[in-house]
Design a binder for this molecule. Sequence first.
Ligand code: ATP
Length: 340
Amino acid sequence: MAERSVIVSIKNLRKTFGTVIAVDDVDLDIYAGEFLTLLGPSGSGKTTVLRMIAGFEIPDGGQVFLNGQDITNLAPYERDVNTVFQDYALFPHMNVITNIEYGLRVKGIEKSERRRRALEALEQVRLGGYAERKPHQLSGGQRQRVALARALVNRPAVLLLDEPLGALDLKLREQMQVELKELQREVGITFIFVTHDQEEALTMSDRIAVFNEGKIQQLDVPSKIYEQPQNEFVAGFVGVSNLITGTAAVEILGTSGIWTVRPEKILLNSYLDGQRKADGVIREIEYLGPTTRFIVELDQGIQLMALRQNTSETSQDVESLRGSRVLLSWDKKSEYQVHG
Ligand code: ATP
C-alpha cells in the first residue's frame, strides 16, 4: 500500500475556558482523503478541536499544521478548510445557487465560472433542479445538502463537519450518512466529522478518534474501536459494554482483570466444546423486531446482555423465556481485555 500522506497534524493542542480544560494536549495526524470522525459525549472537547482547526478558536498551547504549514494563528478565511454546521447557516434571502456561489464571489471568481462550479456542486449533492429555490422552500435534508454544496464549491483541502446530520430525523439521517460517505469518496476531500452518535461514527468513518474529558481515548478503524476497545470508557461509549470483572472474571475466564464481550457474540443454550460458558437467569427481554435483547443475571452476580437474531421466533415466543435459566456461551476470541 502506498504511504499515506498526513494532511492535518495537531500537536499538543490545548484549550481552556476559565477552569474547564476543554482540550487537553491532543496529538492527532489526519491522512489526506480520509474520513475521520471525532466521537465523544457532550462536553468532551471534540467541537473545540474542530473549531481550532477551522480557526474559530485560538489554542492556549500547541499547533495545527495543514499540508506541513503551521496555520495555528491564521484567520479562518486564510485556511484552506471549510466548515459545515448543524444549523446550515444558509442566507435566507438568497436562493440556492446564490448561496452556493457566495464563497466564490468573495474570492473574486468571475461570474460564468462561478455559476458553472456552483451548478456542478449542486449536482454532486443531487439537487440539480433546485437552483432557484429559497432555503425556506427546502426540507431539512435538502438544506443540509445545500450547505454541503456551498462548502464543496470552494474545493477546500479539508472539510470540517460539526454534527451536520444532528437536526435530521432518524430515517433521513441514515440516508444522508450513506450519501455523505459516497460523496466523500467521489470528491476525495478529507472530511473531519464531529458526532456524539456512535453508530453514525461506525458507519461512516475510515478512522474514529474517541474523545472524553478533552483527551483522545482511542484512535483506530471502526472495527477495532468496536471489537477491541482500549479502556472502559470506549467499551461503554461505543456499543453496549458487557464487562466481566472481579470474581466473575476469575470464575468464568480463569483470570482477573476487566474483559468485554459484545452482546451479539453471546449465544443462548448453544454451548459448543471449547467455548466459554456461564449460567444465569433471564431477567429482561426486549423484542426489537429483527433481534431480541436478553439481560441475563449470571450466578456470579453480574449481568450480561445477549442479542439474538429472530430467525423464526415471535415476540410471544421470546417473552415466554423471561425468568428461565439459560446457559450463555461465546468464543474465547470474542472477549477482549480493557484497561480501567
Ligand atoms: P457537544 O457535543 O455538546 O458540542 P463537545 O464534545 O463538542 O460537546 P466542546 O464544545 O468542545 O465539547 O466543549 C468542551 C468543554 O469546553 C465543555 O465543558 C464546554 O462547556 C466548554 N466550552 C466550549 N466552548 C466554550 C466557550 N466558548 N466558553 C466556555 N466554555 C466553553
